[in-house]
Design a protein around this ligand. Structure first.
Ligand code: ADP
Length: 169
C-alpha cells in the first residue's frame, strides 16, 4: 500500500523517519451497527487524520469470522464470539496513516469497556467485553492479514488525501 506521505514521495523525498505508514483493519461490530454508532466511530478515525481506504457494510460468513479470530480458537468464549460477529451486519474498514495500528488501539480502548479510559470508543460507549462495539488490528501484520481477509482483490482504494501535508511533514 501507499506510504502516508504521497506528496513527499512524488517529489522524490523520503518520508521523515518518525512516519511509519501502516494500515489497520477496523470493524464496527453488530452491536455498534444496531446501536447507531457507525458515524460516531468512523468520525473518530477521520478527525484523528487517518485515511479511509475501504468501507463496506456486510454480513460476514462463519468462515471469515473464524479465520479472523483464529488465534482465539481455544478460548471458552470463541463460539459466542463468532456468533456475536455473525449476529448482524458489520461495517468493515481499512484505515491508513502514521502509526495507525497502535493509535487505533488507543482510540478504541481496552478490551473490557469497564477498564477502557473515558475518551476512548469503548470507554465512552460500551459496558461489557462481549459487546465492545469495535475491532482494531493488534499488529501491522494483522492489519495486512485482516485487510486481505475482509477485502479480497482490489477492494481497497488508492487515493491522494489533499490535506496530507497538514498531517505529516
Ligand atoms: P481486542 O478486541 O481488544 O483485540 P481480544 O483480541 O483479546 O481483544 O479479543 C477479541 C474479542 O473477543 C474482544 O474484542 C471481545 O469481543 C471478545 N472477547 C475477548 N475476551 C472475552 C471474554 N473474556 N469474554 C467474552 N468475549 C471476549
Amino acid at each position: 500500500h501507499n506510504c502516508c506521505s504521497s506528496t513527499a514521495r512524488r517529489a522524490g523525498q523520503r518520508a521523515p523517519l518518525d512516519v511509519v505508514c501502516e494500515i489497520s483493519y477496523v470493524m464496527v461490530k453488530p452491536d455498534g451497527v444496531q446501536r447507531g454508532l457507525v458515524g460516531e466511530i468512523i468520525g473518530r478515525f477521520e478527525r484523528k487524520g487517518f485515511k479511509l481506504k475501504a468501507l463496506q457494510m456486510r454480513k460476514c460468513t462463519r468462515e471469515i469470522a473464524e479465520e479472523h479470530y483464529k488465534d482465539l480458537k481455544e478460548k471458552p468464549f470463541f463460539k459466542d464470539l463468532v456468533d456475536y460477529i455473525l449476529s448482524g451486519p458489520v461495517v468493515a474498514m481499512v484505515w491508513e496513516g502514521n502509526g495507525v495500528v497502535a493509535s487505533a488501539r488507543k482510540l478504541i480502548g481496552a478490551t473490557n469497556p469497564l477498564n477502557a479510559e473515558p475518551g476512548t470508543i469503548r470507554g465512552d460507549l460500551a459496558i461489557q467485553t462481549g459487546r465492545n462495539v469495535v475491532h482494531g488490528s493488534d499488529s501491522p501484520d494483522n492489519g495486512e492479514r485482516e485487510t486481505g481477509l475482509w477485502f479480497q482483490g482490489d477492494a481497497t482504494v488508492e487515493w491522494s488525501q489533499t490535506i496530507q501535508p497538514w498531517l505529516t511533514e
